[in-house]
Design a protein around this ligand. Sequence first.
Ligand code: SF4
Ligand code: SF4
Length: 480
Amino acid sequence: MTPSTSTPPPPDRLPLPVHAPASILGTMKKDGSRIKMHPADVKGKWLTRRRVVFAVLVAFYVVTPLVTIGGKPAIQLDVAARRFYLFGDTFNAQDFWMVLLFALTFVFGLLAVTAWKGRVWCGWACPQTVFLEGVYRPIERFFEGGREQRLKLDAAPWTAKKVALRAAKYATYLFVSLNIAHAAAAVFVGPREFLAMITEGPALHMEAFLLVMGFTAVLMFNFTWFREQFCVVLCPYGRLQSVLHDKDSVTVSYFEKRGEPRGKAVKGPSLAPKGDCVDCNRCVAVCPTGIDIRNGMQMECLACLQCVDACDDVMQKLKRPPELIGFASHNELVGQGRRTWRPRLMVYTALMLLSVGTLGFSLATRTPFESNVIRTKGSNPFVLDGSKIRNPFEVHLFNKNPEASRFHLSITAPVPAEVSIGTPEVELASLTDQRVPVMVTIDREHVKGPIELTMEITDSFSGTTRRQVVRFLSPMSVGR
Ligand code: SF4
Ligand code: SF4
């Protein structure tokens, strides 16, 4: 990948007068001030597909925190109770390692996709793009029209019409931002609590209210002003592109051999005397980060494919083949063909599959309760009492079922033993725990070496029975 900071265009490829030369960011003027981006409207197959993806993802991001599945939140991160709800399943602090596995799967998946197809996550699924291009930008177009009208409005004096248009636009932005902020809050408090907070009013939930207002302010700042700067200068993933790509990464590219030498359209076949690029600058005008993809692959390219749709439209009007801009790797562009599977992609994909497999196996074999044997704190692991040896310990039970359950505990030994269980029948609400004291006593004459006790726990809700081996400790088992 050639960063835009290192490859100035040849003199015959004039940069757009409104944009900076390729030696600085496409969203920056020569004096360092920011160019307000007004990407031109575009139509095409990629935009249609992106709109479908955006609609699905906006619904997912905004609606999921507000619904319940089987009486449980579809998604909730209950920090205070150290619980996490996901699609009707409940996870507790002991399951935190699964969240780490999930995060690893996501990270390795992102690495694999980036090495394979560049920043497609950025252009298609990142919430920043989904909300900016799928919600805020259409609102702007609705009130202020296409690119030319918006540029004119920006430059126009503050008339009553301009004030009314801007007020309507920002009021709609505020309404949308409030809704997104509320949906984000519901991720932490859960749908039921969230609805209760709404009906009871902010006075009773001032902390939550202020947090939502703060997040609304951040959304307003980000989506009404900061916008593409988030992707270009702030996002750490965006800054890592250079190390994630290689010469076989398939990214949005301009087919220079076909397009050059560029020049205004001439009638007739697409070949001599000029290349297919008619230097109309449509690909630059539609780009949300203001770059000219004809200068080569650049870090700011979000793989949104708007330039592909724009150029295909131009080619169609000129009756020339489409995809003067399309997906290609560096090696393809220099005539070395496409190579998909190379060591980098294999390693990223293998790591992702390993994480997915481990996560899937862990979820499939997840038990409905946990039981751990803990030697009693502050007490010796075994007590010599005349002719008897005693082992005090505790069984820590944790009910991971979505409902309350009754647990039955029993312990059997291969030799005569006296077993005392504090509470052999334990009633536990969902996601609660209890420690049950246990004392096992065996006559010395029966203890010739290590003894293994079998603890059996039956969970009435799931109908699961678990058997665990517990070592009976004695002077005869020390060191064995
Ligand atoms: S849209 Fe196509 S023809 Fe027009 S400048 Fe861009 S690459 Fe050239
Ligand atoms: S160069 Fe094309 S694909 Fe890349 S961000 Fe600009 S419009 Fe989107």
